[in-house]
Design a protein around this ligand. Structure first.
Ligand SMILES: [Zn+2]
Length: 234
């Protein structure tokens, strides 16, 4: 079996033996933008250690409205709750930005975790960070303005992607942020007027990261425990 290079930060952080054991069962997986990994109620059969791109967990309400609850990029893994016991997905898992992952069968991961306490501890630490992020975003969604949340969200994407630009339609953005399309439009226009971003035909380019940071709410720094180093500001 080909060894997959650890473009994923969690895999890179594993002890050598754990990493090799995991990679023996990892399958390279490419996903396009919009790819649905699973719907609410589906059993979590695979986890994805994301290497490139962004996968979101999105809560789906009965009326069809959606909001992003968790964002996973090269710092993390999808479906971490299935690492210890079999689980059913609570939300939709969808690729926001096309990319690639190391896919592992959840049952296989559970067997590895049972044998390898270090691996289990690393995944538990990650799961704890996600929990902290969820607690913060409950406050954020209720109390912070759309522009602040939009800026926070942009920074989190920027951290997870190689380049400063990414493709997202306003409709999609609105569904991720749980806001009206017009609200997202206003937030994007505000940042664009100040020169912080360029936004054209669904393509967002971060031009002045520091300016976006000034607009973002405190939640960006508080919650993103697995925050990555800022990307290049091209
Ligand atoms: Zn906030």
């Amino acid at each position: 079996m080909t060894e997959i290079s650890p473009g994923n930060r969690l895999i890179a952080a594993m002890a050598d033996g754990d990493r090799k054991a995991l990679q023996q069962h990892g399958v390279p997986f490419d996903f396009p933008q919009g790819h649905v990994f699973q719907e609410p109620g589906d059993p979590i059969e695979h986890v994805h250690f994301v290497e490139r791109g962004i996968v979101s967990s999105v809560a789906v309400l009965q009326d069809g409205r959606t909001i992003e609850t968790v964002m996973v990029g090269c710092e993390g893994v999808t479906g971490v709750i299935a690492a210890t016991v079999p689980q059913t997905a609570l939300s939709r898992s969808i690729a926001q930005v096309a990319g690639a992952s190391c896919r592992v069968e959840a049952a296989r991961l559970r067997a590895l975790v049972a044998e390898r306490p270090g691996l289990g501890a690393l995944l538990a630490t990650y799961a704890g960070a996600l929990q902290a992020e969820l607690e913060q975003s409950a406050a954020c969604n209720a109390l912070h303005r759309a522009e602040q949340r939009f800026a926070k969200w942009l920074l989190r994407c920027h951290d997870r992607l190689d380049g400063a630009a990414f493709n997202l339609t306003q409709e999609y953005l609105a569904s991720l942020l749980g806001s009206q399309r017009t609200t997202v439009n206003e937030a994007a226009q505000g940042l664009q007027k100040s020169g912080a971003i360029a936004y054209s035909r669904g393509r967002v380019t971060v031009l002045d990261r520091a300016a976006v940071e000034r607009v973002a709410c405190e939640c960006y720094r508080v919650a993103d425990a697995f925050r990555l180093a800022p990307g290049s500001e091209s």
